[in-house]
Ligand binder design. Structure first.
Ligand code: MG
Length: 161
């Protein structure tokens, strides 16, 4: 069994869609970034790549490469997952915590889990997505951006699920 950790953060920006876990969430502002800035997909991607020892999202999809500009990060997660599979690993489980003040994500968490599960060839029962505020503290509390933490477990080559 392998465990990987992923972290991501993005600043809010006006005139951008808010895409989290592949789901477009109604919001006055979205997140700035080279791709669609889906910080949830980015953190999960880093978690599975970390568990497989395959580096990180920035090395696999460099943000100065025009082919990834405005890319769908759920598609990037799926591409990373295919590399993880090719290396002989199987996805078991991911647990995600999104930290932001607004908007409230509770109505969207199950759709995010479904979308992430689809990219990982998994059942959504194997993906946990949670959201919490930062209790008004610091840059997250001021609504300047969001942070996401994720862990993922994989079985190693030859391992049984
Ligand atoms: Mg990112």
């Amino acid at each position: 069994m392998r465990v990987g950790i992923g972290y991501d953060s993005h600043p809010f920006a006006k005139g951008r869609k808010l895409i989290l876990g592949g789901v477009e969430i109604p919001s006055a502002k979205g997140l700035a970034g080279h791709s669609d800035a889906d910080a949830v997909a980015h953190a999960v991607t880093d978690a599975i790549l970390g568990a497989a020892g395959l580096g990180d999202i920035g090395r696999m999809f460099p943000n100065d490469d025009p082919q990834w500009k405005n890319a769908s990060s759920i598609d990037l997660l799926n591409k990373a997952f295919l590399k993880v599979q090719q290396a002989g690993f199987r996805f078991v489980h991911a647990d995600v915590t999104v930290i932001l003040e607004q908007p409230k994500l509770a109505p969207h968490l199950s759709a995010m889990a479904e979308c992430l599960a689809h990219a990982l060839g998994a059942d959504s029962a194997h993906i946990s997505v949670k959201a919490k505020t930062n209790e008004g503290m610091g840059w997250i509390g001021r609504g300047e951006g969001i942070a996401v933490m994720a862990v993922a477990t994989l079985t190693g080559p030859g391992g049984a699920v």
